[in-house]
Design a protein around this ligand. Sequence first.
Ligand code: HEC
Length: 110
Amino acid sequence: MNKMKLTLLAFTTLALTSSAAFALDDAGREALMKDSKCLKCHAVDKDKDGPSFKKTAAKYKGKADAEQKLYTHVTTGPKIKVDGEEEEHVKIKTTNEADIKAVVTWILAQ
Ligand code: HEC
């Protein structure tokens, strides 16, 4: 193996292990959202039962408390309306703060 390849390998390993230690990578975030059924009612750029993530990102753009608001929204099960019926919004299926933040910041970045 030449030196260039070795350096590349070292960087890749570092990137993979460090992202896992702090928060979910993209695949992990997607799996968590799938597990929590978020995508049943939400899509990135079209409204389903819930607003598109792009719409939510636009609504909270520039708001300092955006992350906190969404964190509360996905962890406390507030009352929402689906097809005219009141129900509790689903709670995300994890209690890992860093993982929840990874989902929230991803939504806000859409
Ligand atoms: C049963 C359908 C349904 C599921 C499942 C669902 N949502 Fe929602 N969600 C809604 C509806 C409806 C609203 C709009 C609520 C309102 O505006 O009163 C909403 C609103 C939101 C908002 C915007 C909140 C705001 O303050 O504007 C976010 C962010 C969100 N959902 C994220 C998620 C995530 C993350 C998951 C998975 C953990 C999820 N949703 C699962 C239906 C759903």
